[in-house]
Write a protein that binds this ligand. Structure first.
Ligand code: ADP
Ligand code: ADP
Length: 231
């Protein structure tokens, strides 16, 4: 089932959740799967960065918290995601990247999915080791125009410092500094990691080997999602 035409007739009609520590490859894989199925990619990190850029009230609240590598309070995240999931483009399913990140968020998501008539989510748990995460985050660069993600070591652009797609400038995220990364990993272990057991116990989680290269990880992810897609 690899042809683009065949894929166009397949529908996910589920919430796909990418779970894993910072640098595991959630954003990279979420973008690819969203494109494959023509469903929206909902990244709470991207939404917050957009608010910060536009200097909205929400952005002003989130910014110092993000700069410290801590989690933004649940009620702020939930208000934002609730509004996004209610939009019509999410009716055929959607990909969540960076949400949920706490047990309270996961429980609220369960209620939201039920309210919108979705069944159980599929949770793709990206597993990578810490040395790899540190290297990936240190090398991460993002296009200022389209948000495409590159890596100086493992996934460099064709022209240094420029996006392959639109030539946009590639920039470093301020929270990818090493001291902030340490705090983000700590936040992950304390607040987000328990979600692995939460979803595993409900039989909706699959472990994906995130240590492989980007194409090989996509190969695993596509195979898992193709299996649950409906014609
Ligand atoms: P990464 O991709 O490296 O895991 P994100 O882009 O998802 O990082 O998130 C960046 C920052 O935005 C987080 O460190 C946190 O401060 C905030 N954030 C994003 N999503 C959430 C969430 N679901 N709950 C709380 N804070 C969040
Ligand atoms: P997350 O959203 O989980 O924080 P990203 O998708 O932003 O992770 O990836 C973090 C960095 O690692 C980026 O620079 C990205 O290009 C790179 N990357 C992602 N997946 C892989 C992989 N499988 N192998 C090597 N580098 C990767």
């Amino acid at each position: 089932m690899d042809s683009a035409v065949a894929m166009a007739r397949m529908a996910v009609q589920r919430a796909l959740i990418f779970l894993g520590p910072p640098g595991a490859g959630k954003g990279t894989q979420a973008r690819r799967i969203a494109e494959r199925y023509g469903i929206p990619h909902l990244s709470t990190g991207d939404m917050f960065r957009d608010h910060v850029r536009r200097d909205t009230e929400l952005g002003r609240r989130a910014r110092p918290i993000m700069e410290r590598g801590e989690l933004v309070p649940d009620e702020i995240v939930l208000g934002m995601i609730e509004e996004r999931i209610a939009r019509p483009d999410c009716r055929q399913g959607f990909v969540l990247d960076g949400f949920p990140r706490t047990l309270a968020q996961a429980e609220a998501l369960d209620r939201l999915l039920e309210a919108h008539g979705f069944g159980r989510p599929l949770v793709l748990h990206l597993v990578a080791d810490e040395a790899q995460l540190l290297r990936r985050l240190a090398g991460r660069r993002t296009c200022k125009l389209c948000g495409a993600v590159y890596n100086m070591y493992d996934h460099p652009p064709k022209v240094p410092g420029r996006c392959d797609d639109d030539g946009g400038e590639l920039v470093e995220r301020p929270d990818d500094r090493e001291d902030v990364v340490r705090q983000r990993l700590t936040s992950y272990h304390h607040q987000t990691r328990p979600l692995v057991e939460y979803y595993r116990a409900r039989g909706v989680l699959v472990d994906v080997d995130g240590t492989a290269d980007i194409e090989a990880v996509s190969h695993q992810v596509f195979a898992l999602v193709d299996r649950i897609a409906v014609p």
